[in-house]
Design a protein around this ligand. Structure first.
Ligand SMILES: [Zn+2]
Length: 217
C-alpha cells in the first residue's frame, strides 16, 4: 500500500491532537522508511518482475527485518519507546497511538501484497493480493486516504484546500505507480519511495506549521 497508509495518519491526528501530523506521516510509513535503506544496502531484497501483480511489479522476496509480522511488532514497540523518550509529557496514550500507526502499515500491506510478508524471519508468508485487482486496490487507497482526511477536517478546519491538494497530488503519484511503467531498478524503487515519503512529511509539516501560526495570530 502507498497513499492509503496516510488515511491512518489523518484519522490518528483527529483522535489525538497532541501528536504532530508529520510524526504520524513518518509512523505509518516507518517500516518502508527502514526498508528503503536496507534495500539500497542490499540487506533486504526486491527485484522488478513486470506482471508479478496487476499493479505492482515489485517481487519483494526478502524483507524479514522490516515486513515480517514479528519485525512490525518490534518496530511498533520501538516507536512507542522512542516517542515516550523524545516527547516529555507525551504520555502513554499518544505513544500508543504512534505505535498503532506504525503497526497499521503491516495490516494494510497484508491486504494488498501478494503472499510476500513473512510471519517471522523469511517464512510463513502471507498477503491477500489486492494488488491483482487494480480498480479495487486503487479504490481502497483512495477511500482510506480521503476518509482519514475527512475525519481530520472535522477537528482541524484550517488550510483545508492546501491539504486536500496535497492528497490529490499524492493520489496522482499513486496512479503513476499503479498504471505507469515499472521502475528501472530495485534501488530506484527504494529511492523513489523514500524521497516521496520525506517530501510528503515535509509538506504536511509546513502546512501544519502555518496552521499553528494562523491560530497564534
Ligand atoms: Zn510496506
Amino acid at each position: 500500500m502507498f497513499v492509503g497508509h496516510y488515511g491512518v495518519s489523518f484519522a490518528a491526528r483527529s483522535w489525538d491532537k497532541a501528536i504532530p501530523l508529520w510524526v504520524l506521516f513518518i509512523a505509518v510509513q516507518l517500516l518502508d522508511f527502514a526498508w528503503a535503506p536496507l534495500v539500497l544496502l542490499g540487506i533486504e531484497k526486491v527485484r522488478i518482475v513486470p506482471g508479478i501483480t496487476a499493479t505492482n511489479p515489485l517481487d519483494l522476496y526478502y524483507m524479514p527485518y522490516t515486513h515480517s509480522l514479528v519485525a512490525a511488532l518490534l518496530w511498533s514497540a520501538g516507536a512507542f519507546a522512542a516517542y515516550r523518550l523524545a516527547v516529555r509529557n507525551g504520555g502513554n496514550r499518544a505513544a500508543l497511538v504512534v505505535a498503532v500507526a506504525v503497526f497499521s502499515h503491516w495490516v494494510l500491506d497484508f491486504v494488498v501484497h501478494r503472499p510476500d510478508l513473512p510471519i517471522y524471519d523469511d517464512t510463513a508468508k502471507v498477503g491477500l493480493g489486492l494488488w491483482n485487482f487494480p480498480a479495487t486496490a486503487f479504490g481502497l487507497e483512495t477511500a482510506l486516504l480521503f476518509a482519514g482526511l475527512w475525519l481530520y477536517f472535522q477537528t482541524h478546519p484550517v488550510r483545508r484546500i492546501a491539504t486536500a491538494v496535497l492528497c490529490v497530488a499524492m493520489l496522482a503519484i499513486q496512479a503513476s505507480v499503479f498504471f505507469g511503467p515499472p521502475p528501472p531498478s530495485d534501488k530506484t524503487a527504494a529511492l523513489m519511495a523514500i524521497v516521496s515519503y520525506v517530501a510528503f512529511a515535509g509538506v504536511i509539516r509546513l502546512l501544519e506549521g502555518r496552521r499553528q501560526s494562523v491560530r497564534a495570530a
